[in-house]
Design a protein around this ligand. Structure first.
Ligand code: 5GP
Length: 252
């Protein structure tokens, strides 16, 4: 496996470093370079670690899923994969929102509502969280979202519609992989023309993915919950997702 500590080429100074990725400007103001790191964090970065090969695996999984979504008519920021852990993306202004879609109760939904882990929801639930580490990414009401001006009502409608469309495409795709898409987090950005594009990444870092071949609640976990909950075999779980995702063609 090849490891890249530096971006491949043609990048400008002043990269923006996040918890899992580094964003570099390029010679073209409309194009950015995303470098995926092996670093892993959880619980608002109170837990830190590293998952060997995660950068390359998440870059490959994300690239495949962005192409799948583009083919299904969802506009995304993805342009091309330029190295094992790098992809070129369209420059967008990220909306400070985390859009979470849930099909099955897990994580904070169980903690905050008392629903039992694994409860199948009668219909997908779309939630908006304030992307703000200082405030701990709180769950928003729509009134609060509008009060602090995080998006317009039209943008929220677009986000909700696209999130539900993305859920249909991804759930169907993961089903073919023998994986249940429990829930996931999306981020969106606005380009220079005011169009909303799906941004960030789609990977085991941002989705809950359960192996349909396992019934044990710990064994079935193929996502970052293995890291969050110290379940072990984190790299192997990510690699299983990678192999199953890449084995499925983008168009039916
Ligand atoms: P929960 O609200 O249950 O913690 O998370 C719901 C879903 O969104 C999970 O798939 C989780 O991985 C994803 N998610 C929510 N917030 C974040 C975040 O700040 N970072 C990442 N990587 N994923 C998140």
């Amino acid at each position: 496996m090849t490891f890249f500590s530096k971006p491949s080429a043609h990048v400008c100074p002043n990269p923006v470093e996040g918890k899992a990725k580094i964003l570099y400007a390029t010679d073209d103001p409309e194009v950015l370079l995303t470098h995926f790191k092996d670093d892993a964090t959880a619980f608002n970065a109170q837990k830190r670690g590293s998952i060997l090969g995660k950068g390359e695996m998440n870059c490959a999984i994300s690239s495949h899923l962005f192409q799948l979504l583009e083919a299904a008519g969802i506009p995304t920021h993805w342009l091309k994969r330029t190295a094992p852990n790098e992809m070129q993306v369209r420059a967008v202004k990220i909306l400070p929102l985390e859009v979470v879609v849930r099909n099955i109760a897990a994580g904070s939904l169980c903690q905050q509502t008392g629903l039992a882990l694994g409860t199948v929801l009668p219909q997908p639930l779309v939630e908006f969280y304030y992307k703000n580490d200082g405030l701990g990414d709180p769950l928003l009401t729509l009134d609060r979202l509008f009060l602090i001006g995080l998006a317009t009502p039209e943008q929220v409608e677009t986000l909700r519609t696209q999130a539900l469309q993305i859920n249909v495409v991804l759930s169907d795709f993961f089903q073919k992989c023998g994986i249940t898409l429990v829930d996931f987090k999306l981020e969106f950005g606005v380009n220079g023309q005011g169009q909303i594009l799906l941004a960030d990444e789609i990977s085991p870092d941002t989705c809950r993915l359960w192996n349909q071949a396992e019934t044990d609640p710990k064994q079935r976990v193929l996502d970052k919950d293995r890291f969050r909950q110290d379940l072990g075999n984190v790299e192997a779980a990510y690699r299983q997702v990678l192999e199953r995702v890449l084995a499925q063609p983008i168009s039916p």
